[in-house]
Design a protein around this ligand. Structure first.
Ligand code: IVH
Length: 666
């Protein structure tokens, strides 16, 4: 072996060792700087010697930015779930059942944490990771190897010894609390929808098509189940210890339990101690330790008879209902909110909880000043889950849903087929107007720097802005007379308004607050229709002919543009210079793609597929529907079919993304 190859192998094993020390053992041996130096050296050597590259090299953990679709594959062993219970008594029943089924043989259980993430199955051959597959439907799942490789606590190349030549290992992919909170803070800043819990965040992240983004979010993984033909030990506990010595992060809470009493103690301890853990857990798992005994006990159709999950009860608190307020949002929907005596719940003080709608209020039979149970479910806002009727004052009256808008007193109407009541006074009801203005100026919409939620309310209260078009008539002297604004902040607002004139049409469309037209729909519409005049002239039938536009969206769009107030607003926005059409293509057309055959696959964000087809031809290239040896490039977007990807890879056709493509013709 030559010197360079030797150095490359040495660097890889050294870097792997440091990753393990840092991400698995939480005990780094060298400084971040020294680590980066090693990584940089390896990167350089691999670049200079491409024949020595290895897809499992630690340099490939950063994640490529090229979107990949997922292929599906069948699990070797189906991925079953665990039978579960919320009752300690039933865990005792499980223990007795095992004792009986094993005819009085002695046995131990292993107690471990039940991690609340998303499960993953990894296949290793000759000590190397070959495939990572999600649970899917239990029979087959998505191959997500590229995303899994970005999780630095997962060994790509095993260390230690004694691993079977081929085995499967299962575990839970998690987003630790800290990373979860950071991700949500970022999403809040960007006004993107928040993840309700780390589990949703982890499974959402694992399914991202962009491994670089996956790498950035900071997933982790804990392993709890080894499968294969030649396992090193005849019991679960020792196998997990072996797994640990090969470099995996196994649950640090792994305890042998020999009696019901041991089990009870284990439950009592972890019920509270788990709150100190860095990751979300939703229960405990008990497994028969001996693999021979596991085999004897076998499986039902859905789960192993040798294991049970004990789920922690959702934390709830009892507190007094002060009053129910009814709030009006941008869409006019009335949300009932329970205002409570402040109470501590899972580490935060809760003062308000959602009551959802009239039907929920009825079914809870909630009365004024009731003692109520509050729970944090999967949602971000806590909810009322029950009432302690025994504590109800004799003269308490049932909570009644309002019949008129709490803000503008208009009689409410109930949406057909839904549980919500709505204030129909769209153009005169202050919170609805304020909501639309706040939405319009938001970061993902017109992004008007200087106007936040508070400023929007202030402008509305001062009567300076009563609809979104008024924003463009604001003058400096109007702003400075409001004592909140100095000249500097007034200037900033006006600059922000001016800058919003270059916000692209698709975001303008989203900013208008047309019911059911969210970010994705707005983008679809903008690319399909190109300008607002075309859109305003379209019928429900024409609209539903567009991909992904259903009758509900179509009707809402037609209704919006039929309303005179809205037509006036659109006219005024247009007068002010707001973008009402997609830009004409002004690129100089070239012969840069002369003689090139290009296949397009997937969906794109910068231009429509049709536009890319046009651009290929305008620049002298040829479009083709299928990949062959003659294909020069595969222009790949999101959600590309796996078959195409595989074919392109096997024929060595270069895969380019839209940015690369655009830079080729620029
Ligand atoms: S063992 C055949 N152990 O819970 C049994 N599962 O409801 C294989 N989970 O899909 C699972 N922590 O995603 C096992 N310590 C643990 C676990 C665990 C979390 C998840 C796993 C599984 C689900 C079962």
């Amino acid at each position: 072996m030559n010197h360079t190859a030797e150095r490359i192998y040495q660097l890889r094993s050294e870097i792997n060792r440091h990753n393990h020390a840092y991400y698995v053992l939480n005990a780094p041996i060298i400084s971040d700087y020294d680590f980066d130096m090693l990584l940089k050296e390896l990167e350089r050597l691999e670049k200079e010697n491409p024949e020595l590259d290895d897809p499992l090299s630690p340099t490939h953990r950063v994640g490529s930015d090229i979107s990949t679709g997922f292929t599906q594959t069948a699990h070797i062993y189906p991925m079953l779930s665990l039978s579960n219970t919320y009752s300690i008594t039933e865990v005792g029943d499980f223990f007795r059942r095992i004792r009986q089924s094993l005819d009085g043989q002695s046995f131990s259980l292993v107690g471990e944490m039940k991690y609340d993430g998303t499960s993953i199955s990894l296949i290793y051959e000759h000590g190397r990771l070959v495939r990572a597959v999600t649970r899917g439907d239990g029979e087959k799942g998505d191959v997500v190897t590229e995303n899994i490789k970005t999780i630095k606590s997962i060994p790509l190349q095993l260390s230690g010894e004694g691993w079977p030549d081929k085995f499967e290992i299962r575990g839970e992919v998690l987003l630790p609390w800290e990373a979860f909170e950071k991700l949500n803070a970022e999403r809040a800043f960007n006004e993107e929808p928040l993840f309700a819990n780390p589990r949703n965040a982890a499974s959402g992240t694992l399914k991202l098509l962009n491994p670089a983004e996956v790498a950035r979010r900071g997933l982790d993984a804990y392993f709890y189940y080894l499968l294969g033909d030649n396992l090193p030990f005849d019991n679960h506990y020792d196998n997990l210890m072996a797994v640990k010595s090969w470099g995996f992060k196994v649950t640090p809470i792994l305890t042998l339990l020999n009696s019901i009493d041991d089990v009870d103690k284990f439950i009592n301890h972890w019920d509270t101690a788990r709150k100190e853990l860095p990751v979300a857990t939703d229960g405990l798992v008990f497994k028969v330790n001996s693999l021979r005994q596991q085999l004897n006990l076998g499986f039902t159709a859905k789960s192993p008879r040798w294991a049970i999950a004990y789920k922690f009860p959702a934390e709830r608190a009892l507190t007094r209902l002060r009053f129910v307020s009814f709030e009006v949002g941008r869409s006019g929907i009335i949300t009932p909110v329970a205002n409570l005596d402040p109470v501590l719940l899972s580490g935060t003080i809760v003062k308000r909880a959602s009551l959802h709608n009239e039907d929920i209020i009825r079914s809870l039979d909630i009365h004024d000043h009731d003692m109520v149970y509050v729970e944090k479910g999967g949602e971000i806002i806590p909810k009322i889950t029950g009432v302690d009727t025994s504590a109800r004052p004799a003269d308490a009256r049932p909570v009644e849903f309002v019949t008129h808008c709490p803000s503008c007193s208009t009689p409410l109407v109930r949406i057909e087929g839904e549980a919500s009541w709505v204030c129909p006074n769209k153009y005169g009801c202050p919170p609805q107007i304020a909501g639309r203005i706040e939405h319009f100026v938001g970061r993902r919409m017109m992004n008007i720097d200087g106007i936040g939620q508070e400023t929007a309310r202030l402008l509305l209260e001062a009567g300076l802005v009563t609809n979104i078009a008024d924003i463009y008539d604001l003058r400096p002297e109007q702003l400075t007379i409001l004592d909140r604004f100095g000249e500097r902040s007034a200037e900033r607002i006006l600059e922000g308004i001016h800058a919003s004139l270059s916000v692209p049409f698709e975001r303008v469309l989203f900013a208008l607050s047309i019911p059911f037209v969210g970010e994705t729909v707005a983008k679809k519409l903008a690319t399909a229709v190109r300008d607002i005049d075309t859109l305003m002239a379209m019928s429900v039938e024409q609209l539903t002919a567009i991909d992904d536009i259903g009758p509900r969206i179509a009707e809402s769009i037609v209704e919006y543009f039929r309303t005179p107030v809205n037509r006036t607003i659109i006219d005024r926005l247009r007068q002010a210079g707001v973008q009402m059409a997609m830009p004409e293509d002004t690129r100089v057309h070239t012969d840069r793609l002369a003689g090139k055959t290009i296949v397009i696959s997937g969906t794109f964000t910068r231009n429509s597929r049709e536009k890319y087809k046009e651009l290929i031809e305008l620049n002298g290239g040829k479009n083709s529907g299928s990949i062959s040896k003659k294909t020069d490039y595969l222009l790949a977007g999101d959600n590309m079919g796996p078959a195409k990807l595989e074919k392109a890879t096997s024929l060595g056709v270069p895969i380019i993304d839209e940015d690369t493509f655009l830079s080729m013709i620029e």
